[in-house]
Design a protein around this ligand. Structure first.
Ligand SMILES: Cc1cc2nc3c(=O)[nH]c(=O)nc-3n(C[C@H](O)[C@H](O)[C@H](O)COP(=O)(O)OP(=O)(O)OC[C@H]3O[C@@H](n4cnc5c(N)ncnc54)[C@H](O)[C@@H]3O)c2cc1C
Length: 332
């Protein structure tokens, strides 16, 4: 595969890392993302002067390739070590010696750092993909468009799959079947600005990994907020059951549940709240390869956390693998 130019749909960690590899190899790369900013599920928001990570809370490192990247981010000031373990569901500290990392000013610090030297266009929702004589053309809701020899789709797979077949291109049936097998859990994520310090124990996270709550984090103790700011993640079953409920009802329920967990009245101490509904959060069934080449000529590649390993590390490795394939490099 040699195309020299590529459209990357999605400025999450996978798309940005792929884009940088291609750009470094001399390709012309255009990254399009529907979000207001970059980062996708590595998401940080400001509410009432407080900072909230409301998607991914931290990441870990398993393999050498990702470790090299993370060491670079640490040196360049984009990432920081947060802790070596969190409190468990009983609130008991549970250090295990393995570093958990965060972005220096929130999780988006890393994608922002990666995007700085790339042609990234945010606020551009791609709505149609067409095959052309010399590659691919995409059209955006805004009326904008882009073209390139290769196309890399990095959104959660159900979204990428719909996009790939939105125009004149039909995926081979086998490819469509493989992609249709990738699935995700939803996650309801509540952000709550509090009127005083939170009862979340040091180092600022209770990792419940269950139902009805999965996680309660304090972004101030985490070091990314000047004001007490909780992130509460519902578990997958609870999120699925309440995904379309009214925001006020979900907010009240999650404050009650987290308050019970922490032994505090969070309903009274919440000054401001905001609810994020992640339709695709954690991967529940992934594709076994680290990316999927749906067309060799012109190249069409799918990548992201639905391929190979899950989580931030898996998404990063998938983006790198997609770039390897497009550049005709041996897998790392
Ligand atoms: C609530 C939650 C908690 C999590 N916690 C953790 C954690 O603690 N640790 C961990 O390692 N991982 C965690 N994860 C998972 C982690 O965030 C993801 O695995 C990783 O960020 C995925 O990166 P990605 O590049 O594959 O996809 P994404 O980050 O989803 O990037 C895809 C991008 O595509 C864009 N896009 C989609 N459709 C279009 C379109 N039509 N046009 C233009 N752009 C489009 C999106 O806006 C998005 O920016 C969590 C995720 C969630 C949601």
């Amino acid at each position: 595969m040699a195309s020299e130019s590529c459209i990357v749909v999605g400025a999450g960690i996978s798309g940005l890392l792929a884009a940088r590899e291609l750009r470094d190899a001399g390709w012309r790369v255009t990254v399009l993302d529907k979000g207001r900013g970059v980062g996708g599920r590595m998401a940080t928001r400001r509410i009432g002067g407080a900072g909230f990570d409301h998607g991914a809370q931290f990441f870990t490192v398993r393999g050498d390739r990702f470790e090299n990247l993370v060491n670079g981010w640490l040196e360049e000031g984009a990432a920081a070590e947060w802790s070596r373990g969190f409190a468990d569901a009983r609130g008991v500290a549970n250090p295990d010696g393995h570093p958990r990392y965060r972005g220096s000013e929130g999780m988006t610090s890393i994608p922002k750092h990666l995007a700085a030297s790339l042609d990234v266009r945010t606020g551009e929702r791609v709505t149609r993909v067409d095959r052309t004589d010399d590659g691919w053309a995409v059209a955006c809701e805004s009326g904008g468009s882009a073209s390139g020899g290769a196309l890399l789709l990095t959104a959660p797979v159900p979204q990428s799959l719909a996009l790939a077949e939105s125009g004149n291109h039909a995926l081979p049936r086998g490819v469509r079947q493989q992609l249709a097998g990738v699935s995700y859990d939803p996650c309801l994520a509540l952000m709550a600005l509090l009127d005083g310090p939170s009862p979340v124990p040091e180092p600022g996270g209770v990792q419940i990994k269950g139902e009805p709550l999965d996680w309660i984090g304090d972004n101030a103790t985490k070091g990314i907020s000047d004001r007490p700011a909780l992130t509460i993640h519902a578990g997958p079953q609870w999120s699925r059951a309440h995904y379309d409920d009214e925001e006020a009802d979900v907010t009240r329920a999650l404050l009650d549940l987290a308050g019970e967990q922490l032994g505090a009245d969070l309903v009274s101490s919440a000054l401001e709240t905001s609810l994020a509904r992640w339709r695709y959060s954690w991967v529940t069934s992934s594709h076994e390869e680290s990316c999927l080449v749906a067309s060799e000529e012109p190249p069409l590649v799918f990548c992201g956390d639905g391929f190979g390993q899950p989580k931030v590390e898996g998404a990063a490795l998938s983006g790198l693998a997609a770039a390897d394939r497009l550049l005709g490099r041996e897998a790392y």
